[in-house]
Ligand binder design. Structure first.
Ligand SMILES: *Cc1c(COP(=O)(O)O)cnc(C)c1O
Length: 386
């Protein structure tokens, strides 16, 4: 078969399934409102929950770091050495989270595909929530460990899998998100920690959608009594408004990752601008985190109320993700179109991102949405129903 035929065939299958995706052309920064095709739309799609990507304190820090330290890091840190900003940010993150150490990665994707194979190999067992993010799934796939998928946030099912594990010295690693990226809900983190302790398993928690959003901004683990984890993952690309990620935990964890996590070793270090922006965003969250998450929560409640009015069911929102589950690809696309026409950007999320039959508008609140924006969302919901 010719490669061009293979490509055409794959694309036509995707189209026939209603799963063809297109990248919108933005004409503005990805703030609370965006410009597309000359129109201003309320942005309900972003992960910049605290609106820090467009905060002048953060953008100025990014520009300054680029001017002072260069546009790029030049190579992997193991090759050229450790830029001072990188080490300082790692130490600050460790203090912020109350752990011994943190290691920066190029992105959340790098972090998850790096730490999982570094920690679990042949003969080990990884237990993964069925709704975990694609990067966690790929991290599991890259590992030579045995894998078991437990029902979403179902501690009884997880316990039965832990009980069934063969004896011996092998490591069991439980992997979960603290706020699920497409469903917006949360697992029982304290229950997970206790369960892992009882069964001598390690716990890794991806705080991508909780960092900067839950509690005082330090995320779900810090905000949940009795919760703790051996491995904490966070990204800078969401509430911190920049780019990059980290894995945090013990000093020995960091040491092992530097030596074995392939996505850290064989990839260029974060550019100074991303590190500078993240450091500035972290300072803001340290100072104003509680007020910011409170302001965000009020906007999440408004959105959740809209979804409740439309569906009769109030979604559980542990963070700023508000799922509006619709069903089929065609219905979700039609709904997204009606929102667009009413001045609201809300894109249809379809398989493989979510299970078939649960296509949805994944709505997100951000701190920068004002009263007029939320009134426009109310009106869009009414228009989409009508
Ligand atoms: C977005 C996301 C990632 C990937 O992070 P990036 O920094 O965007 O690569 C990882 N885990 C979860 C749960 C996410 O939602």
């Amino acid at each position: 078969m010719k490669l061009s035929d293979r490509i055409d065939e794959a694309l036509s299958d995707i189209r026939a399934a209603g799963r063809y995706r297109e990248v919108l052309a933005l004409e503005s920064p990805p703030g609370p409102r965006v410009r597309i095709g000359g129109r201003i739309l309320v942005n309900l799609c972003g992960n910049d929950y605290l609106s820090l990507a467009v905060d002048p304190r953060v953008t100025a820090a990014a520009a300054k770091a680029a001017i002072d330290e260069g546009a790029g890091a030049g190579a992997s840190r193991l090759v050229t050495g450790n830029p001072p900003g990188h080490a300082a940010l790692e130490e600050r993150l460790a203090r912020f989270l109350g752990v011994e150490a943190a290691l920066l990665f190029g992105s959340g994707w790098h972090a998850n595909t790096g730490f999982i194979p570094a920690l679990a190999g042949e003969g080990d067992l990884i237990l993964s929530d069925e709704l975990n993010h694609a990067s966690l799934i790929d991290g599991c796939r890259l590992s030579r460990a045995d894998k078991a998928v437990y029902r979403h946030a179902d501690l009884d099912h997880l316990e039965s899998l832990l009980k069934a594990r063969r004896g011996g010295a092998r490591v069991a690693l439980v992997v979960t998100e603290s706020v699920f990226s497409m469903d917006g809900d949360a697992p029982d983190l304290a229950g997970l920690a206790a369960l892992c302790e009882r069964h001598d398993a390690a716990l890794a928690v991806d705080e991508a959608h909780a960092l900067g959003v839950v509690g005082d901004g330090r995320g779900s683990l810090a905000a949940t009594p009795g919760a703790r984890a051996d491995v904490i993952v966070g990204t800078f690309g969401k509430a911190l408004g920049s780019f990059g990620a980290f894995v945090a935990g013990s000093a020995r964890l960091r040491d092992l990752l530097i030596n074995t996590a392939r996505s850290a070793i064989f990839s260029t270090a974060l550019p100074p601008a991303a590190v500078g922006a993240t450091a500035a965003a972290l300072s803001i969250v340290e100072r104003e985190g509680s007020e910011m998450t409170e302001a965000l929560r009020a906007r999440v409640d408004r959105l959740a109320g809209c979804v409740e009015k439309a569906t009769g069911v109030r979604p559980t929102c542990a963070g700023a993700v508000v799922p509006y589950v619709i069903g089929s690809e065609a219905d979700a696309l039609a709904s997204a179109k009606r929102f667009f026409d009413a001045g609201v950007l809300a894109r249809a999320i379809r398989p493989p991102t979510v299970p078939a039959g649960t296509c949805r508008l994944r709505l997100t609140a951000c701190r920068g949405h004002d009263g007029a924006d939320l009134d426009a969302v109310d009106a869009a919901f009414r228009a989409a129903q009508g």
